[in-house]
Ligand binder design. Structure first.
Ligand code: ADP
Ligand code: MG
Length: 229
């Protein structure tokens, strides 16, 4: 067992309820989770078990109904909405199943997007964008729009956009879900490479093979963490 670094994420007793009229969905029923810096975690479980809900909370897109959440020593639940959006923009790199690229922007412009409201100067932004694109192997595709890319290249673009800000953590929700198995393998190999270079990653999947690329897997069932392997 390799020694774990300092805690990046510490979540305790996280619950999330969605209310609609009289009915309540208990999406998360008390999640405890710790993620160290430079760890690569998979969260695995069947559809509807609460995986995406957890990722949204970890990524500060949503607030839990109850519980405690510390991210890099900061109490997320006490943060204002403005502070949360700053945390999202500067510390979280999101990767989604559907890539979420802007269709009329090319690869370079998509990766540049997170810097729209940043305080970096133009030279620094350009350097970060090009470095991120190079790391995912898309230097030859700078001027291509999403429609002119393969699925794997679209996901690589999304990963470049996520890592360009040098986030504290990459949160990936079924990142290979829309890709054929060979392309999925390429993306997982890329995540492993980023992890070897020090990235902290939490990746959601319902697929055991995909989860096997992570160091550690947390199993979800009915909004609860039932095992960690
Ligand atoms: P998973 O990602 O594991 O498939 P989700 O986290 O998406 O699961 O969903 C967990 C449960 O919460 C499901 O029953 C889902 O229908 C419900 N849910 C998720 N988001 C919402 C929402 N915005 N409003 C109402 N119910 C939701
Ligand atoms: Mg989901």
């Amino acid at each position: 067992m390799t020694e774990l670094g300092p805690s990046l994420i510490e979540a305790k007793g996280i619950t999330k309820e969605f209310r609609k009229g009289e009915s309540v969905v208990h999406a998360l029923r008390g999640i405890d989770m710790r993620l160290a810096e430079s760890e690569f975690l998979a969260v695995m479980g069947p559809s509807g078990s609460g995986k995406s809900t957890l990722l949204h909370i970890l990524g500060c897109l949503e607030r839990p109904t109850s519980g405690d959440y510390m991210l890099g020593g900061l109490n997320v639940l006490e943060a204002s909405d403005e502070e949360l959006s700053h945390i999202r923009a500067s510390r979280i790199g999101f990767v989604f199943q559907t890539f979420n690229l802007v269709p009329h922007l090319d690869v370079y412009e998509n990766v540049e997007l997170p810097f729209l409201y940043s305080s970096f100067d133009d030279q620094e932004i350009k350097q970060r964008v090009l470095e991120a694109i190079k790391r995912v192997g898309l230097n030859e595709r700078l001027k291509h729009r999403p429609a002119e890319l393969s699925g794997g290249e679209m996901q690589r673009t999304a990963i470049a956009r996520a890592i360009a800000i040098k986030p504290a953590i990459i949160l990936a929700d079924e990142p290979t879900g829309n890709l054929d198995s060979n392309t999925g393998l390429e993306i997982l190999t890329l995540f492993q490479k980023l992890h070897e270079d020090g990235a902290t990653i939490a990746m959601i999947t319902h697929d055991r093979t995909v989860a096997s690329f992570a160091q550690k897997t947390t199993l979800f069932k009915d909004g609860k963490c039932v095992d960690t392997i």
